[in-house]
Design a protein. Structure first.
Length: 358
């Protein structure tokens, strides 16, 4: 049976001041009329029932996430006690899924992607499941055709096409986020795809791979899984998970595993990593502005993203290529070129002890 695991533990600091510790990006409606986590769950409707869906997040977000997803039993929302990157998240989810379904096939995806149309995503997911069922040791991932030489995405180098499947290729190498010149070479080569971070595999396959490449990590995760449903579960979870050295699933498995297929995505995709993603997805007006504000006056303003709150009036005068975000207790005004540095703002607030703004 197909199970789905949604990784929903990110902080979304590049969306500050809208994204905060208690309401990070995945709990926000940035575009589309639903929050990111709601859109991700809705995308799986008809393929994965609620009882085969597991969301992994951080512990303080379990309650607000359950509020946004009333169709899920709160037991299907697992709260990690601390941040340890994606490999421990994936490994624990695979062990828990395997407890009741040893032959389970898993789809693993982040909670903060925009994908359309959902029908194309579901079709591609079924294609990936068929590839796994035909070879249970195979790992399948989705690659996105690059539209520009992005430096913020990882890349997958595609090799030979897989027989009988026009959109699937053998993945020959995973490449880390490149410099601009290297990204340009990848795009020109034509056989590189952006790494979407969406995977399909047998639960047993990923458990075996992590046991091979990260045995110490898996020892801790096995102890946690053994305590599942027991009165001391949270105690064991806290102790064992905190002992794990965090690592991404790409570093832990994908860069070492040989039998990987990449499906060229037939859907549009955006990882919504920063405010500029809002322009890509919500569009721009005649002046190149993207405005999400009930009241805005823009005079000689071009290429600017404006996000307002409630009925607060936002006026922009003579701005070009900026980001303006107003919330009830904090306002950000930044050049688009400085967007990556929003993380520095968060660190500065931490240094000053102004946690009420985090």
């Amino acid at each position: 049976m197909l199970h789905a695991v949604i990784m929903a533990g990110g902080a979304g600091t590049r969306f500050w001041p809208l994204s905060r510790a208690a309401s990070p990006k995945q709990l926000l409606d940035l575009v589309g009329g639903q929050t990111m986590i709601q859109q991700t769950v809705a995308r799986l409707e008809g393929l994965v029932p609620a009882e085969r869906l597991l969301i992994v997040t951080n512990r303080r977000l379990v309650e607000p996430m359950a509020t946004q997803l009333p169709q899920l039993d709160v037991a299907r929302i697992l709260g990690e006690p601390c941040k340890r990157d994606t490999a421990p998240c994936v490994g624990l989810a695979a062990l828990l899924v395997g407890l009741n379904d040893p032959d389970a096939t898993m789809a693993v995806m982040p909670a903060d992607h925009l994908i359309s149309p959902p029908e194309a995503f579901r079709g591609a997911l079924q294609e990936a499941v068929a590839l796994v069922e035909s070879d249970p040791t195979r790992i399948v991932t989705f690659g996105i055709k690059p539209t520009y030489p992005a430096e913020v995405f990882g890349y997958i180098e595609c090799g030979q096409a897989i027989a009988g499947n026009s959109g699937a290729f053998k993945a020959t190498r995973f490449r880390e986020k490149p410099a601009r010149s290297v990204a340009e070479e990848y795009v020109q080569a034509g056989n590189f795809l952006w790494n979407s971070g969406i995977f399909v595999w047998k639960a047993k396959t990923i458990v075996d791979a992590l046991t091979k490449y990260e045995p110490t990590m898996m020892e801790h995760l096995q102890k946690i899984a053994a305590a599942w449903g027991q009165p001391n579960f949270n105690e064991v979870f806290d102790r064992e998970f905190s002992e794990i050295r965090g690592k991404s699933i790409d570093f832990a498995v994908m860069e070492h595993y040989a039998n990987i297929a990449v499906v060229k995505a037939p859907f549009t995709w955006d990882d919504v990593g920063s405010w500029q993603a809002i322009s890509r997805t919500a569009g721009v007006d005649a002046s190149g502005n993207t405005v999400q504000a009930a009241k805005h006056v823009g005079i000689r303003t071009t290429g600017t993203i404006v996000r307002g709150s409630d009925d607060h009036l936002v006026v922009t005068l003579g701005l070009k290529d900026c980001v303006v975000v107003h919330t009830p207790d904090a306002t950000l005004v930044a050049q688009k070129s400085e967007e990556e540095a929003i993380r520095e703002v968060v660190k500065e607030l931490e240094t000053r002890g102004w946690r009420e703004f985090l």
